[in-house]
Design a protein around this ligand. Sequence first.
Ligand code: C2E
Ligand code: MG
Ligand code: MG
Length: 646
Amino acid sequence: MFAGIFFAAFIPEIIESTSNVFFVVPYIFANIFLIVVAITYRFPLIGSRRKMRHDVTIAQPHTGALPVRDVQKDLAEKNEMFQMMVDISSSGFWTFDAATGKVYWSQKAVALLKADPAKVDDSFDFLKSHILESDWMHFRDALNTSMEQGENFSLNVTLLQKSSKEHRIQISGNVQKSDEGRPLRIIGAINECAEQATSEKQDYYVYRDPLTGVYNRKFFLEKLKIDVDVTLERPDYVFAVALLDIDSFGAINTSYSINVGDSLLRIVADRIKSQCRPSDTIARIGPDVFAIVLHDIQSGDYDADVLPLVRKIHNAVKMPVQIEGRDIYISVSMAVALNRDVDCVEDVMANATSSLREMKKSVNHGGIQFFSGGIREKAMRLYKLEFEIRRAIQAQEFVLMYQPIIDISNGNRIAGFEALVRWRQSEQGYISPAEFIPIAEETGLIIPMGALILRMACKQAKQWVDLGYENIQVAVNFSAKQFAMDSMLDDIKKVLLETNLNPRNLKLEITEYTAVCEAEKTIEIMKALSSMGLQISIDDFGTGYSSLSYLKRFPIHTLKMDKSFVDHVAEDEEDAAFARMVIGIAKSLNLDLIAEGVEQEDQLNFLRNEGCRLIQGFYFSKPLPPDLALGYLKEHYEPALEMTQE
Ligand code: C2E
Ligand code: MG
Ligand code: MG
């Protein structure tokens, strides 16, 4: 009878809560069942003629006072029945006793939590260790509210699992109150999420990266939003976002094959999975970028709590990989940001991506970069600059200056100009290319900007040629990205055709670093340029570690000795020795040599004595706007001169 009343007491509340279907059904059955049992005991004639108790098989008419029953046995039986009902129900049950603080978990509840029955304990820590931390916090809040305000609750939580499949369960709780309305205990149910079975398959494709099986960007951002929302409510909740980028993945794809690239991505995903804890969320959010949300960070101290986790992942992923019988060596860059001072997903992601950018750019790329405030500020500045560059390309704010290159062996006649870009901003005057070229390169904006520069320089050269300076040669700087473009040769041909400039009046400058980066490809492109009649200079020579064997194979015409080696030639014996060596290399390879950044007379004298005849530097002239460059040309041009060898 007690149990029947006990269950009946909950019916209105349970039915009220429509989301509790899994809870309601067994409860209603249990209730009816127990009421019937109770009635059968209390009023055997109304019930079946057969008694339910196994020791009494024949119905006896009730003639007088009820037989005295064994109360203990009765209670034990009821408990057993309750336990059986709990066991056969498809729901798991739990109870929380407010007086003792103890929690009871039914066997089915343990099974639904995918927990080890041997490790069940009588507290909520058991639940905490089996669900996502953010979900645990939601649960804890719901439980507290429920105890304070007597409200029932129901929420879906995600189980922590080793497998990459997400599994969600529904946990509900109903409060039992004393006559005075004081919460006595919470009786709760655990069920499979109703939508789980049907949507699991669908979810797999909607939320998974089909190649690696980890989550996709969409899921990752949704999950991150939940975590950020928890942060806003609870500042003590700490998590970290780690980004992992495979360095030079494009080169692996092109040097091997796309299949090898795909296998590599799968291996990397598996390695990340093997190092992460069940509570972490792993996703592939870009072609070669993985993101991980690291939960359960205790103090938010990078060195103590975050670095060991990240380092473990980094070390595992960067191990050489064997694919199709080949050993592939990989390098990975990682960046990590905590959820400190963030209001939205965009903030966390911006912190992590700006740190990754910083790491990829640094000479130590292939390491781990932790986010700091300075990085974000810098990233914001870069972002603004990128936006400004886009606008400036449209507004044609980029102009060219022309710095003369002087032949000191021939009466300081002009041997050509180098075109140097400037950004003309009305308020600030001119901005140096050192500030915006690296960003333009990084963002790819160098491509449209470079096309603009090439067209301007060719147009200018053609004007000077038409004015009678037929041999004038204008050198244009080409960045690595421009040089790597498949369409580069066609683009140059198009501009030459458009401006009607003879290729011999144009020279391309590529840095030594660009040239040696993909040397074989560079050689092919240089050959094609050469056959068009164009000349090529290797800029900043001495800074890019090119080997002599490559230099010999590059079909180039000129080396430009970097300013840093010219600076101290007059007073530093080591620099002087280096400059002599570079001059010697140019001579032995039969190349022209231009010394850059010559400012002082003693530098000039040294270079002259060592046989370097082509000089560029403030000693002769700073870069000049077109009208002043023309003036310079008028004074220093020698019509019959062949300026550089062809
Ligand atoms: P760079 O190609 O090595 O150009 C030479 C740099 O040295 C120029 O700086 C020039 O103004 C500077 N310079 C020349 N003589 C002297 C001197 O005597 N003293 C000092 N202190 N500096 C001297 P600028 O114009 O600031 O250009 C810097 C770099 O930006 C260039 O180095 C080049 O790598 C890049 N750059 C400039 N214009 C372009 C362009 O149109 N396209 C691309 N891709 N890069 C460019
Ligand atoms: Mg240059
Ligand atoms: Mg240079």
